[in-house]
Design a protein around this ligand. Sequence first.
Ligand code: SF4
Ligand code: SF4
Length: 153
Amino acid sequence: MPTFVYMTRCDGCGYCVDICPSDIMHIDTTYRRAYNIEPNMCWECYSCVKACPQNAIDARGYADFAPLGHSVRALREETKGTISWKIKFRDGTEKNFVSPIRTTPWGSIKAPADYDAPTEDAMKSQELAHEPDALHIEALPVLTPDKFKQGVV
Ligand code: SF4
Ligand code: SF4
């Protein structure tokens, strides 16, 4: 589900155009406002939503995130180190939550070639590369059969 732009908020700065990895945010040449030229190709990465200084872009998220028909607003506030999310449902209900910005400094992530080649065992493991070390935990949590019954009466 794609992004959409509130025309009355957009000032045509073009930040969303520059950041969109799918190159689908364009500026309308007549109205000088941004719009999504190909909604089917939107990755719903929220990069443009977070980058827009006017908070002019919302998205309609996938149904596994919230039921269809809602809008999602993400507000990135670097001074607070937070991203605030607001989900607004069709009946007017709102859900708000805040998460920390987890962007790492430019150049602080090692390139894949700087790591040792994975062992044969690691290649057969279901863990992703550098798990669990990169998550700063000893081991990934395991779902045991007794946990399948949690919440089932
Ligand atoms: Fe482009 Fe991502 Fe915005 Fe979709 S959500 S328009 S892919 S930047
Ligand atoms: Fe408009 Fe926001 Fe895109 Fe700037 S970043 S062109 S204000 S939608």
